[in-house]
Ligand binder design. Structure first.
Ligand SMILES: Nc1ncnc2c1ncn2[C@@H]1O[C@H](COP(=O)(O)OP(=O)(O)OP(=O)(O)O)[C@@H](O)[C@H]1O
Length: 294
């Protein structure tokens, strides 16, 4: 597994202030992802999570630094990267199949129609929508629409899947089911995924690693949390894992205290290029349990 399949290298984003000057949302941000890894990013509103995601998507460009996917600098949107937003952004006049097939045909312009349809159907089936393929978005529930968005994103077999709070508008039951499906499909297909979430439990269930961002402006990556839970975790059992409360408390402690105070008391030896990697454990003494050098 390449350690730097996707990387952001010293990126900064600044906006002009209304009364003059500039606001630096973040600067000198460094982070990399392995192929097939699932990363969640957590941080308070305004710290720049969506900005980072948009830079990875190619919809926004950093003022300094670069974002790199599989050895190539990102220079604009590409079908190598798929995005799932909170809203569904489906084409209302197209059926479920039509929406997914549209993306497949855009990626594979030389494929005959039958091949596009078969490929689209395989992904519609993966998200449990077989039988609803001829329905229009207006005939679907919110969860079903989100499934179409997931099928569409996965069907182009992107190098990276980017998700901006994709389940936050759904009821708890649907959210849980879709988290299960996204996790299963990502594991099965070796998909590399980057997800923004405000939900600590969602991050613990889905992520291999969790990026903690301090409050903005001038947000920083405070640390990278390695999830101590096994990769083949089961939703109904995760809270019984011996390290579950260590990681949960660590993340909550960060959100309620350290996300704000971090910048005023930057730990000795902190290096923006190699933010500390932390693996919370039940054996540890507290929030800093398992801290180790990057
Ligand atoms: N086009 C823009 N012009 C000026 N400021 C902007 C622009 N886009 C984003 N910002 C500012 O950049 C900061 C980061 O925004 P961003 O949406 O990335 O944060 P976020 O962490 O994703 O927040 P949330 O969790 O609320 O979605 C915010 O303060 C926002 O106001």
């Amino acid at each position: 597994m390449s350690d730097r399949y996707i990387s952001i290298e010293g990126i900064a984003r600044r906006y002009p202030k209304a009364g003059g000057g500039t606001t630096t949302v973040f600067e000198d941000l460094w982070f990399s992802m392995r192929k097939g890894e699932f990363v969640c990013v957590i941080g308070h509103s305004g710290c720049g999570k969506t900005t980072v995601l948009n830079i990875l998507n190619g919809l926004d460009a950093p003022d300094d630094g670069a974002a790199i996917v599989d050895g190539k600098a990102i220079e604009g949107p590409s079908l190598d990267r798929a995005v799932i937003f909170q809203g569904h952004s489906l084409l209302p006049w197209r059926s479920v199949l039509g929406n997914v097939a549209y993306a497949v045909a855009a990626k594979h312009r030389d494929w005959p129609k039958a091949k596009v349809t078969a490929h689209a159907m395989a992904f519609i089936e993966k998200v449990g929508l077989k039988g609803s393929e001829l329905k229009k978005p207006s005939e679907l529930s919110g969860g079903m629409k989100q499934r179409v968005g997931i099928a569409r994103a996965l069907s182009i077999e992107p190098k990276m899947m980017l998700m901006d709070e994709p389940f936050s508008a759904l009821d708890a039951l649907t959210r849980g089911t879709l988290q299960d499906e996204v996790r299963r499909i990502c594991l099965e297909t070796g998909q590399t995924a980057f997800m923004i979430t405000h939900d600590v439990d969602e991050a613990i269930y889905l992520a291999d690693r969790i990026v903690l961002m301090t409050n903005g402006p001038q947000a920083m990556i405070a640390e990278i949390v390695e999830n101590p839970l096994p990769r083949d975790r089961i939703r109904t059992e995760v809270h019984h894992h011996r390290d579950y409360y260590a990681i949960r408390n660590h993340l909550i402690d960060f959100l309620v205290v350290r996300s704000k105070s971090f910048r005023d008391a930057i730990p000795e030896g902190y290096d923006r290029r190699h933010p500390p990697v932390v693996r919370p454990s039940a054996d540890g003494p507290g929030p800093d349990a398992g801290r180790k050098a990057a």
